[in-house]
Unconditional design. Structure first.
Lengths: 200, 937
């Protein structure tokens, strides 16, 4: 019996060691990307007039086609987890939260994403119009500027957990006059990266 | 002239020599232990049986017709002490050599009792064969069905998934009853195995060498698996023969029941499984009414389980072994009965056996996970009845006649609905009256309705989820009924001590009714479109055969009565240093009259553009030869060569030519394998032996398809003998003989299996991508290069009083480990280049797999009742083994996972897309335990 047990154990262990260790896929985590305007940036000076935001003011910003990169590979981000593609959404970056003076924080993306270390976000952004103090100002991008903005950012998505990323723009400081038009310079600041464990 | 001679021979054979049966032989020599003189007239008999013989002038004796099993052999001769050899093992078709050296009573007082030596070297084996008794099978983990024995043998590779044959409408064609798993032996295609129960064939009449009789191990005495050059008595098989000998009642009553379940067991998944098997057998003592000996054997078994992938369908009530219970996803139950009668002088033996099994199930389909009730369910009922008559003409000659009937009923439907149930007919523009198909066809035959519409939608993938939506339903309707009447007669005579001649004939008359309407609930046939006024094409006026001819674009119906037969003659020549098995076999196949009807032939020509110059009867001749040289008592080498022919699956012959698509070809020839095999066995110590086999196989005439266009422009895939393949391999087996505590074996197989295509549908699948036909061989889909199977048993028998460091060990228990390691199945690496895909077909290997199962049993006695507590553990280490058939990413060579890229792009799949790929079947089941109790009396 000794022989057979020894052989059995040796062979079993040898065969088991050949096992390739493949496992079922890890579940995805969630990436949520918020975009808001800097609450301190509330005025713009046009033709010597300093204009302040009011209830009628708006800054239309079209956000579309976002990608999150792991090395050179990317996952497309969508607005709602059930969406299959990102159709793009237009947000009013001057919208106020509950009649308070702070700007509304827009959740521009919420989607499942593979687990991993991400190093770059790409977000498509095109401004259209800004209305403030009776002015309706067409705003665009500088000539030759890609609508896709690279945002170098290091964050990790873990299984089942949510990674929240908060981005902020300065709505007026990033609008500058260039020749005969206003262009949006897209200064984006990363305010917060937070990993929220799944509520189990 | 030739034909008439042949027919005369056939008739002569049919009248004169007939038999069958799985029996073995004991032979040997009787000598005086003191003087070594040969003893004449010594009686040798098997204790408690009718078998016996007397030694001849050369001291030789032989006993024929012994059913497989273990026996006590006794010799009693005046002036000599009585000798009993216990536990003599007899195997089908083989000779067990037992020599006696008798001691004069003057030297030896009293009876001599010896235990027969369990030999690891069998001298008269001239090809590869594995024989397992019921006890051996039941020792291994998870062996419940007779087909499970393939898990114990090297060189057998199981098919991974049903073939992905997609029809034009996006639906997958259910090629055959998919519960019949493909088993690839030594590189052969699935469906190349002959299954026989007590000498009667039980292979599926439509689907070739696939077994349809679900025999529980409890019902069998012995299973013999022949994977090498088998004898001429076996036809209609290219890769192997499974020869099952069922149990008979004995001279005493016996019975037993076993129950196992997987519920509430820690460290295990549970699939809501219940398994029960019972048997009761014994003598029928009614000699006053029927002289001679009569015995019976009754058994039943059933398994109900939600399987490792529950589909969450609604369940109905099921009658299971006499109880009304809620059905599970997979429900099987079968019952067997056998009556054996021996005449008073044992010259006649009649065996009547009845077996019926029922299998109801539904499938797990990942893409249907949200709406499983929209998929079809399946049912198969098999009945196999046989009557065998054995006539012993003399101690050296007997014949068997075997009559059997095999009835297979297979249904596939949406809860019993047929295609007509899905249609509504409107008489006029008011849409006031809704008439069903049957009402319309009986009330308004030949009249065009104002409108006709289907009440269901075809299956449709929801763009948002990637899974099937709730609007579509499968409307596949399969309603096959096949009846096969078989006759087999074998005649065996030991004409001299060295020559054993066996000859026989077999004939099978089939009545095949095949109904396969894949989309009858959602589309009209061309004929239906014309009939109901939807289309006016003249060619649509041809009415397809079968029920609901107006319904279904993808439909095949046939009703044919072919006859299959064969005759053989073989000789087994036995000397101490040379054994030869040589034989020839002639098979024939008669197509039946139905396809020779003018209308059928006309339609076939319309569909294929070919002339239907089919022969009414086809013949095939196959020689077989095997030779074995026992070099010494412990060493033997053998060589075998043979031609093994088999009819293609009959569905390939008869699929009707009325609807385009796959079209049967009655001109198909036999598939043929030429096999060469070399074997060497050496017992190098008292308990250990090594066995080496090498083989090479060339297969020709394999079925594929040729793509044609019908006269009406419809694409037609005509079955054709355009395939070929070859396989070669080596098998090494290290065996440890059963001693008091342990036994075991390790089998290593290395094989290469290449060929033109892996299935009869490969050409069609290629044609969908406009691939050209291959011009060179490629790896076949089951070309698993390395395989290791390890089986080891150890235990402590009753009353052993063993201790370990002074601690007494419990006795009367046994543990068996069965482990399997294999290299990966081949697959085609991902590419966007169609030419690349063609060139690189099956050039990569998938992940390796490793699985270890364990069985533990502890016996105990309760009065006269023997009880055993049993635990089966599957996949002890919970290893994730990859199934290439489901959710496998050919770009990464691993199962799909979140983060995988779309093909060669840098873009990852979205989670929705990936979710549809993550079929849970992509990995094998994790650790799984069944436990139960067995009671025998």
């Amino acid at each position: 019996m000794k022989h057979i047990i020894i052989i059995l154990i040796i062979v079993l262990m040898s065969l088991y060691s050949c096992e390739d260790g493949l496992q079922p896929s890890q579940h995805p985590g969630i990436i949520k990307v918020y975009l808001s305007s800097d609450p301190g940036d509330t005025t713009i000076t046009i033709l010597g007039d300093t204009l302040r935001t009011d209830e009628k003011s708006y800054f239309r910003l079209n956000v579309f086609e976002s990608k999150a990169y792991i090395d050179s590979f990317y996952a497309n981000l969508v607005v709602q987890p059930e969406d299959r593609i990102d159709g793009g959404n237009t947000y009013n970056m001057l919208e106020k939260r509950d009649s308070l003076s702070t700007y509304t924080q827009h959740k521009i993306y919420e989607c499942y994403a593979p687990v991993g270390d991400y190093s770059l976000l790409q977000i498509g952004m095109t401004p259209s119009k800004v209305q403030i103090g009776g002015y309706l100002i067409p705003v665009g991008l500088s000539e030759g500027m890609s609508p896709i903005q690279d945002i170098p950012i290091d964050f990790y998505v873990s299984e089942f957990d949510t990674t929240e990323i908060e981005l902020q723009i300065k709505p007026f400081k990033s609008i500058v006059r260039e020749k005969d038009e206003f262009v949006f310079s897209r200064d984006i600041e990363i305010i917060r990266i937070e990993n929220i464990a799944e509520d189990k | 002239m030739k034909k008439s001679v042949l027919i005369s021979v056939l008739i002569l054979l049919q009248i004169t020599y007939l038999f069958s049966g799985n029996t073995g032989k004991i032979a040997g020599k009787v000598t005086d232990g003191q003087s070594n003189e040969l003893l004449l007239g010594v009686n040798i008999f098997i204790k408690d049986s009718r078998f016996g013989a007397a030694s001849d002038v050369n001291g030789n004796y032989y006993i024929l017709q012994i059913p497989p099993g273990k026996y006590d052999l006794e010799v009693d001769y005046i002036g000599y002490s009585k000798v009993t050899v216990k536990d003599v093992k007899v195997q089908s078709d083989l000779t067990t050599i037992i020599d006696f050296s008798l001691k004069p009573e003057a030297l030896q007082y009293g009876e001599v009792i010896v235990i027969a030596e369990k030999k690891l070297v069998q001298h008269d084996v001239t090809s590869t064969r594995q024989t397992k008794s019921r006890e051996e099978l039941l020792e291994a983990p998870g062996i419940e069905n007779s087909m499970d024995m393939f898990r114990l043998n090297g060189g057998a590779v199981l098919g991974v998934a049903p073939e992905p044959v997609m029809l034009g409408n996006g639906q997958r064609l259910h090629v055959r009853d998919e519960s019949l798993q493909d088993i690839h032996i030594r590189g052969g295609r699935g469906g190349e195995v002959l299954y026989m129960v007590d000498g009667a064939p039980v292979t599926h009449p439509l689907y070739g060498g696939r077994s349809v009789v679900d025999l529980n191990v409890n019902e069998v005495d012995e299973i013999e698996l022949l994977t090498g050059g088998f004898n001429a008595e076996y036809g209609q098989a290219q890769s192997g023969v499974v020869n099952i000998t069922t149990r008979s009642g004995k001279k005493y009553f016996e019975g037993g029941v076993e129950y196992k379940s997987d519920k509430n067991i820690p460290y295990s998944s549970s699939y809501n499984m219940d398994y029960m098997v019972w048997h009761f057998a014994g003598p029928l003592k009614i000699k006053k009414i029927i002289p001679g000996e009569l015995s019976f054997f009754l058994s039943g078994n059933g398994t109900i389980t939600d399987t490792d992938h529950e589909n969450n369908r609604e369940r109905n009530t099921l009658s299971f072994m006499g109880f009304d219970i809620e059905e599970r996803q997979d429900n099987t139950q079968s019952y067997s009965g056998k009556l054996d009668w021996f005449s008073p002088n044992y010259g006649h033996h009649l065996a009547l056996s009845i077996h019926e099994s029922k299998h109801d199930w539904s499938r797990f389909d990942w893409l249907w996970k949200d709406f499983p009730d929209n998929t079809v369910n399946y049912s198969r009922v098999n009945k196999h009845n046989s009557l065998r008559y054995t006539r012993t003409l003399s101690k050296s000659t007997f014949f068997n006649l075997n009559f059997s009937y095999l009835d297979v009923k297979y249904e596939e439907s949406l809860l019993g609905s047929n295609p007509g149930d899905f249609w509504i007919f409107y008489k006029d523009s008011t849409y006031a009256d809704e008439l069903s198909y049957n009402d319309w066809m009986t009330t308004y035959p030949g009249i065009q309705p104002y409108a006709i519409e289907s009440t269901i939608q075809p299956p449709r993938i929801d763009d948002n989820t990637g899974f099937f939506d709730n609007d579509g339903l499968e409307s596949i309707w399969r309603n096959d009924r096949t009846k096969s009447y078989s006759f087999r007669g074998d005649f065996l005579s030991q004409i001299t001590n060295r020559h054993q001649i066996k000859t026989g004939i077999e004939m099978q008359s089939h009545d095949l009714s095949y109904i396969d309407i894949q989309d009858g609930g959602v589309s009209l046939s061309n004929y239906g479109m014309w009939y109901y006024g939807v289309s006016s094409f003249a060619d649509s006026t041809v009415k397809p055969p079968g029920p609901f001819p107006e319904l279904g674009q993808n439909r095949w119906v046939f009703n044919v009565t072919p006859t299959v037969g064969g005759v053989y003659l073989q000789d087994k020549y036995e000397r101490e240093s040379l054994i030869i098995n040589a034989g020839v076999r002639l098979d024939w196949f008669s197509l039946g009259d139905e396809i020779f009807e003018q209308s059928y032939q006309k339609q076939w020509t319309e569909a294929t553009g070919l002339t239907p110059d089919w022969k009414q009867i086809n013949f095939k001749f196959s020689p077989r030869f095997g030779i074995s040289f026992p070099i010494s008592e412990w060493t033997v080498i053998f060589f075998s060569y043979g031609h093994f022919t088999q009819l293609p699956e009959l569905q390939y012959v008869y699929r009707d030519p009325y609807s385009g698509g796959f079209t049967g070809n009655p001109g198909l020839d036999y598939e043929e394998t030429v096999l060469y095999e070399f074997g060497f066995t050496n017992q190098f110590s008292k308990n250990w032996a090594i066995d080496v086999k090498s083989y090479t196989k060339d297969v020709s005439n394999q079925v594929g398809t040729t793509q044609l266009r019908s006269a009406a422009g419809l694409p037609v895939a005509l079955y054709d003998n355009n395939g070929y393949s070859r396989a070669r391999g080596l098998e090494f087996k290290l065996m440890k003989k059963q001693d008091r505590f342990s036994s075991g074996n390790i089998i290593y197989t290395i094989q290469w299996a290449n060929g033109y295509s892996s299935s009869a549908f490969s050409d069609y699948i290629r044609s969908l991508s406009n691939f050209p036909n291959p011009i060179r061989e490629r790896r076949l889909s089951w070309d698993v290069r390395h395989q290791v199977i390890l089986q080891g048993s150890f235990g402590i028998p009753a009353n052993s009083n063993l201790s370990f460091f002074g601690i007494p060990l419990p006795s009367n228990w046994n543990t068996t480990v069965l482990a399997n390691f294999s290299s990966g199945y081949p697959y085609t690496p991902g590419s966007t280049n169609l030419i690349d895909l063609q060139i690189k077909e099956n050039t990569s290997s998938g992940p390796v797999s490793f699985n270890a199962d364990l069985k533990f049993s502890k016996q105990f006695q309760l009065g006269k009742v023997r009880c055993a507590f049993i635990v089966d553990v599957f996949n002890i280490f919970s290893v994730y083994n990859v199934n290439l058939g489901y959710g496998f990413n050919t770009w990464t060579g691993e199962p799909f996972q979140y983060g995988d890229n779309i093909g060669s792009k840098n873009e990852m799949y979205s989670w929705q897309e990936m979710y549809t790929f993550l079929d849970p079947r992509q990995f094998s089941q994790p650790r799984y335990i069944k436990a139960g109790l067995k009671i025998d009396f």
